[in-house]
Design a protein around this ligand. Structure first.
Ligand code: HEM
Length: 401
C-alpha cells in the first residue's frame, strides 16, 4: 500500500519499486493519477497528453545546476556540462548555445552520413562474422554512435579507440546509480574529452578542417559563445548522441528477435525498418524523459503539482499510456499511430537537436543486420535499467551459427 503525500493527495512511490519494474509501476499508478511523488523527492508526470503538453509549459524550467548540486558536485568538467550546456540552460543562454549547434548541424546529416553509417555497421558485422556470436552492446550498439560522432567531428582513426573509451567512461556518470569510482573516472574522462575537442576546434578555426566543426566554430563566434561554452555544447552532443542510441539500438533488435514474425517481416520487406525503429523507441526508450523544475504551481486533472520541485516528464510512462496506445505492452511495428513515439525526442525548446541523426543511425544499424544476418538469434532479452533520465542496458548476446 503506497503512502500518500498529505498536502496534495498523490501516492509517494518508492524508487526501489521503479527500479524493479518501471513499466509495471508506472502503469499501475497512471490509471488513477496524472502524477506521483517519489520517496527520493520530486514528482513524475505519467500520461501522454500531459507529458507532451508540459514539455512546452514555461512553468517548468531547465534545471541549471540543481542536479550536480544535489550530488555535491560544485566544480570540474562534469559540473561545467550542467553549468554551461544547452540541456540544463534557460532563456537566452539556451537559445544561443542551441542555435550554434543546430545551425552547424543543418545539412551535415545527409545521404552521405547515411552511407557512412551503413558502411560502419557493415564493417562491424564483417569484423565478427566468422565468430558467429556477438555481444550486441559492446560489439555493435556502443560503437556505432561514437563512430557517427567521430565522423561528424573529424576524429581520426588513430584516436577512435581512446575517444570511445573516454566517452563511455564520462557517460557512466549520467547512467542510473554511478559508483564513486565511476564518478571519479567520469570526471577525468570529461577533462580528457574537453582537451581533445579543444584541439579539434582550434584546427577548425585555423581552417584545417571542413564540415560540421568548421561551421560550428563560425556560428559559435556569431552567438558569442565563450571557449568553455563552445566546448561544452560538443560534449553534450556526445553524451546525448551516444547513450540514447546505444540503448535504443539494443532494444529494437532484441524485441524484433523475440517477436520473430516481425523480424521476418522486416527481413522480407526492409522498408519496414523505419516502423521498427519507431516502435523500438516507444517500447524501450533510451532516455526516460525530461527533468525540469517547477517555478509555479501547476494543476493537472484537479491535483496541484507544487512549485519549487524537480519534475520528471516521463516519456517512459507516456509511451505506454493505454489510452493512447492499444495493447501498450505488446511490441508491434504495425501500430497505426507509431508517429506518436516521437515524444521520445522530447518537445518544446529542448526537443532533441539531433533526432534525425539518431534515427538514421538506428535505421542503418538495423538494415545492415537484416541484410547480412536474417537468421540472427538472441540468447535472451537484456535487462533495461533506469527511470529518470539516461537509461542503461545489460549484456545481450546474439548468434548466427
Ligand atoms: C534515439 C536517439 C535519441 C533520443 C531518444 C533522444 C532524446 C532526447 C530528449 C528526450 C531530449 C530532450 C531532453 C530534455 O528536454 O530535457 C534530447 C535533447 C538533446 N539531444 Fe537527443 N536523443 C537522441 C539522439 C541524439 C543524438 C544522436 C544527439 C547528438 C548527436 C543528441 C543530442 C541531444 C542534445 C544536445 C540535446 C539537448 C537539446 C537542448 O537542450 O536544446 N540526441 N534528446
Amino acid at each position: 500500500m503506497p503512502m500518500f503525500s498529505s498536502s496534495i493527495n498523490v501516492p509517494v512511490v518508492a524508487a526501489c519499486d521503479l527500479e524493479a519494474d518501471a513499466h509495471e509501476t508506472f502503469a499501475w499508478y497512471r490509471r488513477s493519477f496524472p502524477f506521483i511523488a517519489l520517496d527520493t523527492g520530486g514528482y513524475v508526470v505519467l500520461r501522454h497528453g500531459d507529458v507532451a503538453r508540459l514539455m512546452h509549459d514555461p512553468r517548468l524550467q531547465a534545471t541549471e545546476i540543481a542536479m550536480p548540486a544535489q550530488a555535491g558536485i560544485t566544480q570540474g568538467a562534469l559540473f561545467d556540462i550542467f553549468a554551461h550546456g544547452m540541456l540544463t540552460a534557460n532563456g537566452e543562454a539556451h537559445a544561443r548555445r542551441r542555435s550554434a549547434v543546430s545551425r552547424a548541424l543543418a545539412g551535415q546529416v545527409s545521404e552521405q552520413f547515411r552511407q557512412h553509417m551503413r558502411r560502419a555497421a557493415q564493417g562491424l558485422i564483417e569484423d565478427c562474422y566468422a565468430r558467429g556470436r556477438l555481444e550486441l552492446v559492446s560489439g555493435y550498439a556502443e560503437k556505432l554512435p561514437v563512430m557517427a560522432l567521430a565522423s561528424l567531428l573529424g576524429v581520426g582513426d588513430a584516436d577512435l579507440l581512446a575517444f570511445m573509451q573516454y566517452v563511455y567512461a564520462m557517460n557512466a556518470f549520467f547512467r542510473p546509480k554511478p559508483t564513486a569510482d565511476q564518478v571519479a573516472a567520469a570526471e577525468a574522462a570529461g577533462s580528457w574529452i574537453r582537451d581533445y575537442l579543444d584541439g579539434l576546434l582550434a584546427d577548425a578555426e585555423r581552417g584545417r578542417s571542413h564540415g560540421f566543426l568548421a561551421r560550428y566554430a563560425e556560428f559559435a563566434g556569431q552567438e558569442r559563445l565563450s571557449r568553455l561554452e563552445a566546448l561544452v555544447q560538443i560534449v553534450q552532443l556526445i553524451i546525448g548522441g551516444t547513450e540514447s542510441v546505444r540503448t535504443a539500438l539494443v532494444a529494437q533488435i532484441a524485441h524484433l528477435m523475440t517477436n520473430r514474425d516481425q523480424w521476418r517481416a522486416v527481413c522480407v520487406d526492409p522498408t519496414l525498418v523505419g516502423k521498427a525503429v519507431s516502435e523500438g523507441l516507444r517500447f524501450e526508450p533510451g532516455i526516460a524523459g525530461a527533468i525540469r523544475v517547477s517555478v509555479a504551481e501547476i494543476e493537472i486533472d484537479g491535483l496541484t503539482l507544487p512549485a519549487g520541485q524537480l519534475v520528471l516528464l516521463s516519456s517512459l510512462s507516456a509511451l505506454r499510456d493505454e489510452t493512447v496506445f492499444d495493447r501498450p505492452n505488446v511490441f508491434d511495428i504495425s501500430r497505426p499511430n507509431l508517429e506518436l513515439s516521437r515524444l521520445v525526442f522530447g518537445g518544446g525548446a529542448h526537443r532533441c537537436v539531433a533526432d534525425v541523426m539518431g534515427r538514421i543511425e538506428l535505421e542503418e544499424a538495423l538494415l545492415a543486420l537484416v541484410e547480412r544476418l536474417p537468421w540472427l538469434r538472441i540468447d535472451g532479452l537484456p535487462a533495461f535499467h533506469g527511470h529518470m533520465f539516461v537509461r542503461s542496458v545489460g549484456e545481450c548476446w546474439v548468434c548466427w551459427e
